[in-house]
Write a protein that binds this ligand. Structure first.
Ligand code: B12
Length: 215
């Protein structure tokens, strides 16, 4: 089977909720010598992108999205241990956490491996975090980027307070700050003191690279 065929089968496995098929397919892609980052980006994640599109257009519903995530994670579990080894150089460190009041986990769990597969080291701070947790996270992990998980309007609007806490701690100049979630707006994020925002993990990678001057 050609690389293109395997990648499209991997994508289809996620899209078609094929939990039984995804692990053997992922293993066989890797056994053929395909790069782990390619298996993730152009196979599993491509499927997740299609799921996102179908969800937004009303062709897929939430229970199916959650099963698709399980399928994606089953494949990811196979790929993840090999990603670090595959990484020839690390582009930078991103700490990720959901703003206070936000317990939506799926978007962050999808975005983090996308960032990892793109060459970033990612530290997950968790969900429903108070502003101080981000300040502590920067002090502890010394990242170049802070990714704020903001999946509701209320938590997106809280960005201003989180940025303010980071600024008051004297850490704002050390990091780029990017918001993520379905309802974010880059202009509004900048007005609140962040650097950018993205409702798509793959576009988010491009934005992060631009912010770091490596795009
Ligand atoms: C699943 C879901 C839930 C689940 C969450 C389960 C879980 N473990 O995550 C449950 C049922 C718990 C839930 C609860 C609630 N939810 Co809800 N939920 C959703 C739903 C249907 C899907 C979210 C999802 O998983 N999407 C799929 C992922 C893959 O997409 P994503 O999150 O956008 O992530 C992508 C990008 O944004 C990006 N990304 C993600 N993170 C990051 C981070 C960075 C830094 C970057 C750069 C990019 C990035 O990468 C991902 C892939 O591209 C959305 C509807 C929607 N359209 O999003 C509502 C939604 C987010 N929820 C909403 C609401 C209001 C609630 C509740 C208040 C409902 C209630 N009345 O109880 C509670 C609040 C819970 C809380 N305190 O956080 C609203 C928010 C509306 C708003 N604009 O404020 C939405 C939009 C539904 C709606 N249309 O009303 N929810």
């Amino acid at each position: 089977m050609s690389e293109t065929e395997i990648l499209s089968q991997l994508s289809a496995a996620v899209e078609n909720l094929d939990l039984a098929g995804v692990v053997p397919l992922t293993r066989s892609a890797l056994d053929q010598g395909m790069a782990p980052a390619k298996v993730l980006n152009e196979g599993l994640s491509a499927g997740m992108r299609e799921v996102g599109k179908k969800f937004n257009s009303g062709d897929m519903f939430m229970p199916e999205v959650l099963v698709a995530c399980d399928v994606y994670f089953a494949g990811l579990d196979v790929v993840r241990p090999l990603l670090a080894a595959d990484r020839t150089h690390v582009l930078g460190k991103i700490i990720m956490g959901n703003i206070h009041g936000d317990v939506h986990t799926v978007g962050k769990q999808v975005a983090m491996p996308v960032f990892e597969a793109s060459g970033f080291e990612v530290v997950d701070l968790g969900e429903d975090l108070n502003d101080e947790a981000f300040v502590e996270g920067i002090r502890k992990h010394n990242p170049q980027v802070v990714g704020l998980g903001t999946y509701m309007t209320s938590t997106f609007m809280h960005t201003a307070k989180t940025v303010e806490a980071i600024t008051k701690a004297g850490l704002r100049d050390k990091v780029k700050i990017i918001c993520g979630g379905p309802a974010v707006d880059a202009e509004a994020a900048r007005r609140m003191g962040a650097d950018d925002a993205s409702d798509d993990a793959w576009k988010g990678v491009e934005k992060i690279k631009r912010l770091l001057g490596i795009a």
